[in-house]
Structure formats: structure tokens, C-alpha cells
Design a protein around this ligand. Structure first.
Ligand SMILES: *Cc1c(COP(=O)(O)O)cnc(C)c1O
Ligand SMILES: [Zn+2]
Length: 392
């Protein structure tokens, strides 16, 4: 399927860039970006929405919204993950929304490397193949690295990873089994982010750092389009999302914005952002209107453990525009929800994704959830990626 991508546009100043060239941040707004702060001058992918809307009427194929021609996709398939209705008795007891609400799971832990990250990696790998670039580098807390290693192997590209030393052991093995070059950083994810940017400057490669390469955001959009189709061409009322850097949140927001721009839908879903208690920079930014780092993020949910979220600004905008909400959850609540999901639905999710159920349980009595008919839990990673976090 051909791509209807027409340009990249800076979300701050509106300056436009040619997507046939390699661009990361806006050359003006991104100039004073320094690692250790949320990204500045992030680029959004802009499409020929009129044409997509026309084609959609003939054949509603989510690939119409892809930023890269699908002939460049790596051979290993990504996405089209299951979407199904679940019943969680623990949610029913006393919840105002419970009796007439349908609860759905979008199980993205069933992607080839076991996480949602495959959606972004697929598109970035395709972009590299299209541009003739043979090497990709990324910083990661774990899953983005596993994912890039996996899809890079599928496409025959060299993959270089910067990951914190303390990433879950299964993830470090997963990176190496695909033959990626692993640099363990004696520091945090934010230090790894910095190291990957340095590497990009001195090597002839593409950088997949999340939010930094515009197609990481657009890649994370595809699950939103799938949810709309799998929900019977209906926009759900709420989508519950585990949030670290805010790229999945922004991607889901952009999916429904793109559907709207193409004239396919009118409604936007409300987004519920779930963060670990100590890794709550986006939540406190949304609450106070003032950005500051999460001072000392410590949580078993490693995939959402972020001090400085890359897409802090765009995430808060998405939450405001969808009339969304934020909620913090503790590790104990995450571990309980993990077992509950596994027991009641058969879905074994990693701690970050289990946070969605933990978050929903905390807000189920709120009046703003009263009229919700469809609620979707976005299960972003498979539990087998980090069995050590389970508390039986
Ligand atoms: C990366 C990741 C997240 C968080 O996504 P962000 O874009 O960083 O907010 C959530 N769950 C899993 C499994 C992930 O790998
Ligand atoms: Zn700009």
C-alpha cells in the first residue's frame, strides 16, 4: 500500500520539512533542545487526508494511514493484535460505570517482540530501508531495544542499543539474541537517551529514540486505527494508556485526530493516562500546568519509568483536547492488577500494562466515567518479558 504522507510539520512553529529526507527535530525550535529536558520542536507527520478519506470509503484499510509504503516493511508482521471483550468482576463491585460499560482489551503484548514498541520500530525500519540506511541506534529502558533488535534482524539491518544496566534480565537477553550491539549504560534511561544522540552524530545511521524520530509517534498511531475498526467502526469512550515518555498516548491521540481529519469520524476518545507514583512527570504537569522532572522514579514497571518524558508537552495537549484524565498507581496496585488480569482474562501483561487495570480500578467510581459505554485497556507488553516482577 502506498503512503499518503505529504510532509513533516513542527508542532511548535509550523515549519515544514520534506519526509523524503532524514529529519528529527525542527531545525529552529529544536536548536535549544538539550538531552535531559522534554523534546522541543517535535515533528508531526502530515498526510493527504482528503485522498485517504476517499480511499477509505472504497476499502477501510488501516494501512492507508501508514507514513511509509508498506512494501518497505520488514518481513516479520507487526500489529493487527487481538481486541476482545473482557469481564473483570473486581471492577463491577460498586463502580458507577460498571453495569452498562463494555470493557475491552487491545493485547499488544502479542506483537513479535512482545510489546507495543514494535509498531514504532516497524515504521522506523521501513523508513531506513526506503532511505538506504543500514544501521539504526536507539536508547531504551528495554522494550524499544528488544523491538528494534527483533525487527532490525528481520530486515537485515545493524542495530545498536544503549540501555541502562538495570533493565530486566529477560529484556537484555532478548536484545542480544537478535545480535544487536548492546551498550549497557551505568546510569538512567535519560543517560542512555543522551548516549544514543551522541552516537548518531558520529555515525552514518538512523536514530530511533522515542519521540525524536517523528515516525516513532506515527508508528504508535496504528493501534488507534485498529481499535476503531475492531470496535465495529466506533470510537470508544475511554482508552486507558500506560504512560512513560508519552509517545503511545500521543500516537493514540493522533490516530483519532487523523481519522477525524480524513472525515471518517467526528468524536475523539477520552484518554486516561496511568503513571507509576514516582514516575509521574506528565501527571503533575497536567495537574499544575508547570513542567518538572519526576525527581526519583523508582517502580517495578520499568517500561514507564521515566524522569524526563520526551513528549511531555504534546501529551498534556492531547489530554486537554480529549478531556482526558491522569491517575497514579503504586507498585502494589500494579502487582495486584497483574494477577487479576491474568486470572480473570487470561492475559499475562507486564507491570507497565497492568497499570491500566490498576488505574481504572481507582477511578471507576468517578462521575466522569458514568456515561462511558466502551472502555479499552491498552495492554502494551507481555508478562513473560519480566517474570521477576510478579508477586504471587
Ligand atoms: C514503552 C512502553 C510504555 C510507555 O510508552 P511511552 O510512549 O514511553 O509512554 C508502556 N508499556 C510498555 C510495555 C512499553 O514498552
Ligand atoms: Zn519549529
Amino acid at each position: 500500500m502506498k503512503s499518503y504522507l505529504t510532509k513533516y510539520r513542527c508542532i511548535e512553529c509550523g515549519k515544514e520539512f520534506d519526509p523524503n529526507e532524514l529529519h528529527y527535530l525542527c531545525d529552529e525550535c529544536g536548536r535549544d533542545y538539550l538531552p535531559g529536558m522534554p523534546l522541543k520542536g517535535v515533528l508531526e507527520a502530515v498526510f493527504n487526508y482528503e485522498e485517504i478519506g476517499r480511499k477509505w470509503k472504497q476499502n477501510p484499510d488501516p494501512l492507508l494511514f501508514s507514513a511509509v509504503n508498506s512494501k518497505f516493511y520488514p518481513p516479520l508482521p507487526v500489529g493487527n493484535t487481538p481486541f476482545f471483550r473482557v469481564n473483570i468482576p473486581g471492577l463491577k463491585s460498586g463502580g458507577t460505570a460498571s453495569n452498562y460499560t463494555k470493557l475491552w482489551i487491545k493485547f499488544d503484548g502479542l506483537n513479535p517482540s512482545g510489546s507495543y514498541k514494535d509498531r514504532a520500530s516497524q515504521l522506523v525500519v521501513a523508513d531506513a530501508l526506503q532511505k538506504g540506511i543500514k544501521e539504526i541506534v536507539t536508547a531504551s529502558t528495554g522494550n524499544a531495544a528488544c523491538s528494534l533488535a527483533c525487527l532490525g534482524a528481520s530486515a537485515g539491518l545493524k542495530v545498536v542499543i544503549f540501555a541502562p544496566q538495570n533493565a530486566p534480565p529477560a529484556k537484555l537477553i532478548q536484545i542480544q539474541v537478535h545480535n544487536a550491539e548492546l551498550h549497557k549504560i551505568d546510569g538512567s534511561y535519560d543517560d542512555a537517551f543522551k548516549a544514543a544522540l551522541e552516537y548518531t552524530k558520529t555515525h552514518n545511521c538512523m536514530c530511533r529514540n522515542t519521540g525524536y524520530h517523528p515516525l516513532t509517534i506515527d508508528g504508535k498511531k496504528s493501534a488507534g486505527i485498529e481499535i476503531y475498526v475492531q470496535n465495529g467502526y466506533k470510537v470508544p469512550d475511554w482508552i486507558v494508556i500506560p504512560v512513560g515518555d508519552g509517545v503511545i498516548l500521543t500516537g493514540i491521540y493522533k490516530a483519532f485526530l487523523d481519522l477525524k481529519k480524513a472525515g471518517i469520524t467526528e468524536k475523539m476518545p477520552h484518554l486516561l493516562c496511568v503513571q507509576a507514583e514516582s514516575s509521574d512527570a506528565i501527571t503533575s504537569y497536567w495537574e499544575t500546568g508547570i513542567y518538572h522532572d519526576a525527581e526519583n522514579p523508582i517502580t517495578i514497571a520499568d517500561s514507564i519509568k521515566v524522569k524526563t518524558p520526551a513528549l511531555a508537552h504534546w501529551s498534556v495537549k492531547a489530554l486537554k483536547e480529549t478531556d482526558g484524565k491522569c491517575i497514579r498507581v503504586s507498585d502494589k496496585e500494579i502487582q495486584e492488577a497483574q494477577l487479576e488480569l491474568a486470572k480473570e482474562t487470561g492475559v499475562f501483561s507486564e507491570p507497565s500494562s497492568s497499570a491500566t487495570l490498576a488505574g481504572l480500578k481507582k477511578v471507576v467510581n468517578h462521575s466522569w466515567l458514568k456515561d462511558a459505554k466502551d472502555i479499552v485497556l491498552l495492554i502494551t507488553g507481555h508478562g513473560l518479558k519480566d517474570p521477576g516482577a510478579v508477586k504471587l
